[in-house]
Design a protein around this ligand. Structure first.
Ligand code: SF4
Length: 327
């Protein structure tokens, strides 16, 4: 996950909540992708370090468990610099230019000059981030499947050029994780760039205030007008966070104009506060020193694993090593 600052409920439901569950079944690697942040924020990297700490704290607050999973910062593991360079040697330019987000982000982030080698190459960086751990699966939501597909292509090409048995960079499969529709307070997808988020760290009064200003079914102008939770962003929040009983009351009360939107939003806020309370409690239990300690231990472990892959990669590409003398 890129260090964009404190995470919001969209990040939590779309990724973190799934990751927490995956820890029960899989050996997992989770990292804060600070090098990815540099692909767009290279001109002013001052926010990357503080944001990295915030994201790491949110990882831990959500329930990622350093005793079961490897949690680290990308730039602390030097193999994340090395593999992209090597994979860049054999990744065709056309593959990178046709990545939909390449053009899209260049058009959207007009205030940043993204005509750089690093930005064009970010899919190679991402493929390296994955392939370094020779994983079986990459947990992603539906909208990110294309990224994993490119990683598979890059791995396939590497294995074709440098055939070994077994393959040095096995093609990972997608592990599709649920990413429920989570609207922000303005009804659009919850996203930091829209300024419509509910943060994982928002205290109860802030959550309630944000809910109060949230848009509702536009057809429900007066209290006496019936509404439809299926076209209301607050209804979408209920679907994700409320109990079946509350959800039934929302449908009944909204469609019959039996409840007002203020009451309905209050119920949604209750559900959110209940989800957020244990997360915020856990967040408060980690000191900055403890987070640094966890990230250091995670980086050490990740580096050991990544180096095992790199030994195979260097050998497959016939790179000389110090011990072989370079002749
Ligand atoms: S009652 Fe609830 S679901 Fe219905 S329009 Fe109002 S906020 Fe939306």
């Amino acid at each position: 996950m890129r260090p964009t600052g404190k995470l919001h409920l969209g990040n939590y439901m779309g990724a973190l909540a799934n990751w927490v569950k995956l820890q029960d079944e899989y050996e997992c690697y989770f990292f804060v992708a600070d090098l990815h942040a540099l692909t767009t924020d290279y001109a002013d990297p001052s926010a990357i370090v503080p944001n990295t700490m915030e994201v790491a704290l949110d990882f831990l607050a959500a329930g990622l468990d350093p005793s079961r999973s490897t949690i680290f910062v990308q730039s602390h593991v030097k193999q994340h610099y090395e593999l992209p360079l090597l994979l860049g040697m054999n990744t065709p330019l056309g593959w990178l230019e046709r990545v939909p987000s390449y053009k899209e982000m260049q058009e959207n982030l007009t205030h940043k000059d993204l005509t750089t080698y690093g930005f064009l190459g970010y899919p190679v960086l991402m493929a390296s981030d994955i392939l370094l751990y020779q994983p079986k699966f990459v947990p992603v939501g539906q909208d990110q499947q294309a990224h994993v597909e490119l990683t598979r292509e890059i791995a396939r090409r590497f294995n074709f050029l440098y055939p070994k048995e077994p393959a040095v960079l096995p093609e990972p499969d997608v592990l599709l994780t649920p990413s429920p529709k989570l609207p922000g307070t303005d009804g659009r997808k919850m996203s930091k760039s829209y300024g419509n988020t509910i943060q994982m760290t928002d205290p109860e009064p802030v959550v309630r205030q944000k809910l109060k200003t949230m848009v509702t079914d536009p057809a429900r102008v007066r209290r006496t007008d019936p509404g439809n939770p299926d076209v209301c962003p607050v209804g979408d929040l209920h679907k994700v966070f409320s109990t079946p009983e509350t959800l039934a009351n929302v449908y009944e009360g909204c469609r019959s104009a039996g409840i007002g939107c203020i009451q309905c939003k209050g119920w949604a806020a209750d559900a959110l506060v209940q989800v957020l309370a244990p997360i915020q409690e856990r967040r408060a239990s980690f000191t900055p020193d403890r987070v640094k300690e966890i990230l250091k231990a995670g980086s050490d472990k990740a580096e050991k694993r990544a180096e095992q892959t790199m030994v195979q990669v260097r050998s497959a590409m016939q790179l000389s090593t110090e011990s072989s003398g370079g002749e």
